[in-house]
Design a protein around this ligand. Structure first.
Ligand code: ATP
Length: 343
């Protein structure tokens, strides 16, 4: 069953970050790195690959870094570990897993609508985000042009070069802010993602199965959108509306091909009035990112977008970074240069 993002209270299980509390961050020249590993990612493959990777990681990093390994015990745990690590002054929090784990770690960089900070507010450094992509789709890593090689990821962390990236913020009518780093999407694709999460045991095939299931009973819907705080406009017969901070979703589909995670804008791509056979005929273009020239596909660069369902049915799916978030209405805006990432 796909999990819902409605529950986001802090987890009662305190992560063990005693290595950081030893005071190393304030006095030692070593970097404190917290690796947050989802052992169940990619149908359990993440945990197995992590065990194989550890000796190499230690050989590359042990001399210069304090390594803290923290395995997640279940959904949302990565959020709390991240918050705790930042408060304790970690130099970097590294997500080890797929886009879902990365998504939780990114959400851990914020609390109650603000960035989480070191206990010692005077501390000069900020905590960076790192990634060892070991998930099913690992779509965010594709935008960065990273090969699916965890050893290369360790080398990047050893070098520790940082650059700032943007983060997307989503707000609803009553809920807290929610953050995303990759792609947020609405309607058919979000419903497909919701179903795909039930079939992760089939690897990348889960996206095909999810899409087939989502097509059953699907109807294109009229939506109301407001771009950059301007006038409301109607988008008729929307099949999917995708808001990209990065380019790929659904296991390699280049849906928002012009999105750049550090340019201060989203790329919004809207597919309208698509029929099931359009996907069969145009699927290769969606994967190649050449679909923007197709009829009924539009693309815009925006820093905020509000989306409402004209029929107010309350059943238009929204997902962010491949995680089911809930239903329309929602507002999306960009936080430029919100996080430093090890790249
Ligand atoms: N110990 C755990 N047991 C079960 N589920 C977990 C655990 N830790 C984290 N999770 C959940 O697993 C979800 C999916 O994990 P992750 O994204 O790492 O792998 P994936 O789904 O295979 O990859 P991708 O998202 O790239 O397709 C996360 O959203 C997280 O909520």
């Amino acid at each position: 069953m796909a999990k819902s993002w409605v529950v986001r209270a802090e987890h009662p299980m305190a992560p063990d970050l005693s290595i950081l509390r030893g005071g190393a961050s304030s006095s030692s020249p070593h970097r404190d790195l917290v690796f947050i590993v989802n052992p169940k990612g990619a149908n359990g493959r993440t945990g197995k690959q992590w065990k194989k990777l550890l000796p190499y990681l230690r050989s590359r990093l042990d001399r210069h870094c304090n390594i803290c390994e923290s395995l997640t015990s279940g959904p949302y745990h990565a959020i709390d570990i991240t918050r705790e690590a930042i408060r304790e002054g970690a130099d970097a929090v590294i997500a080890v897993g797929g886009d879902g784990t990365l998504h939780e770690v990114v959400n851990g960089f914020f609390w109650a609508g603000k960035p989480v900070t070191h206990h010692n507010k005077e501390a000069a450094h900020s905590t960076a985000l790192g990634l060892i992509p070991l998930g099913t789709g690992s779509d965010f890593a594709r935008t960065l042009g990273w090969k699916n090689d965890p050893f290369e990821a360790v080398d990047r962390i050893a070098k520790g070069l940082r650059s700032q990236i943007d983060v997307g913020v989503i707000t609803g009518e009553s809920e807290d802010s929610h953050y995303f780093i990759n792609v947020a999407d609405i309607h058919l694709s979000a419903k497909a993602g919701y179903y795909a999460s039930r079939y992760k045991r089939f690897g990348n095939l889960c996206y095909v199965i999810g899409a087939l299931q989502a097509f059953m009973g699907h109807k294109n819907q009229d939506l109301r959108i407001r771009i950059n705080g301007g006038e409301w406009e109607t988008c008729s017969k929307v099949t999917a509306l995708c808001i990209g901070n990065a380019k790929y979703f659904g296991g390699g589909m280049k849906i928002t091909p012009n999105a750049e995670p550090a340019n201060g804008n989203f790329e919004v791509v809207v597919l309208q009035d698509f029929k099931w056979y359009d996907f069969i005929l145009k699927l290769h273009k969606l994967y190649q990112g050449t679909h923007l020239s197709v009829q009924n596909v539009t693309s815009r660069s925006v820093y905020s977008i509000e989306v409402e369902d004209i029929s107010e049915s309350g059943n238009i799916y929204v997902q962010s970074d491949g995680e089911h978030l809930g239903f329309l209405p929602r507002k999306f805006h960009i936080l430029p240069s919100a996080i430093e990432m090890i790249r």
